[in-house]
Design a binder for this molecule. Structure first.
Ligand code: FES
Length: 221
C-alpha cells in the first residue's frame, strides 16, 4: 500500500473551514484564519495548498522521479500520480502538495479509447487525460483496477470509475465522477489550462466549487 491509498477524512478540519467560510464547501485545503475579534474570517491562500490552476506543470507525486516533470512520452494506460507545480507570489516554484485533494491521476490511452463524457477538448490529442485522484465518496486515493484497463478502483469502499469515459462512476458509493483537469502539452511537459471541470472531493455541490474558484482567483490575483 502506498502512502496515497488512504487519507484521513479531515472531518475536524473541514468542519472548521466550513464554519469559517459559512458555506457547505468541505474543502480541506485553505489556510484560513479566523481573526479574533473580527466579524469576518480572513481568507488566506498559500501557493502550496492552492488547487491546480492555469500554467501549472505536472510533476511526479511518488516513486524515483518524485518532483520531476511528468513527460508525455512516458505515459501509458497505467496510472501515474502527479502534483501541480506553480509559483508563489515571489515567483518561486512551488509544488502544490500540501493539499491531498491536489493529487492527480494521469493516463495516455490509445487513439479512439477516450470517449465522452470525457471533455476531449481538455485532453491532449484525445489521448492524454488528467483527473483528480481523490475519491468523491470519502477522499481515499483511487488506483488502477487490476481487472480492466482504463478502469479505476477505490480500495476503501470498492468505488469504481471509468477513466476512459470522464471517470464516470461504474459502481460503489462515490456520488460523482472524479473531476477532470484540463491540460495541454508544451514540449514534453503537461501544462494545466484551468481549474478542475467539476467539483473535487470535499465539495457537496458544483456551486460550492464555483464559489471557491472565485475566492481562489481573487486571492491569487
Ligand atoms: S472512499 Fe472511495 S469508495 Fe469510499
Amino acid at each position: 500500500m502506498t502512502r496515497y491509498k488512504k487519507q484521513d477524512p479531515e472531518i475536524t478540519r473541514r468542519k472548521f473551514i466550513n464554519a469559517a467560510m459559512g458555506t457547505s464547501a468541505g474543502v480541506g485545503v485553505l489556510s484560513l484564519v479566523s481573526a479574533l475579534g473580527s466579524a469576518k474570517p480572513v481568507f488566506r491562500l498559500t501557493a502550496d495548498v492552492a488547487p491546480p490552476m492555469k500554467g501549472d506543470v505536472l510533476v511526479h507525486a511518488e516513486g524515483p522521479n518524485q518532483g520531476q516533470v511528468v513527460k508525455a512520452s512516458e505515459l501509458s494506460d497505467k496510472l501515474v500520480r502527479a502534483y501541480p507545480k506553480g509559483r508563489d507570489s515571489k515567483g518561486t516554484e512551488v509544488i502544490r502538495d500540501k493539499d491531498p485533494t491536489n493529487i492527480l491521476a494521469v493516463y495516455k490511452f490509445a487513439p479512439g479509447t477516450l470517449k465522452e463524457p470525457t471533455k476531449l477538448d481538455a485532453t491532449i490529442d484525445a489521448q492524454i487525460v488528467a483527473y483528480g485522484d481523490r475519491c468523491t465518496h470519502a477522499g481515499c486515493n483511487v488506483g488502477d483496477d487490476p481487472k480492466t484497463s482504463g478502469h479505476m478502483f477505490c480500495p476503501c469502499h470498492s468505488g469504481q470509475y471509468d477513466a476512459t469515459q470522464g471517470c464516470r462512476v461504474l459502481g460503489g458509493p462515490p456520488p460523482a465522477p472524479l473531476p477532470q483537469l484540463p491540460i495541454k502539452q508544451e514540449g514534453d511537459q503537461l501544462v494545466v489550462t484551468g481549474f478542475f471541470l467539476s467539483r473535487p472531493y470535499g465539495f457537496n455541490k458544483e456551486e460550492d466549487w464555483e464559489e471557491y474558484i472565485k475566492k481562489v482567483e481573487e486571492a491569487m490575483a
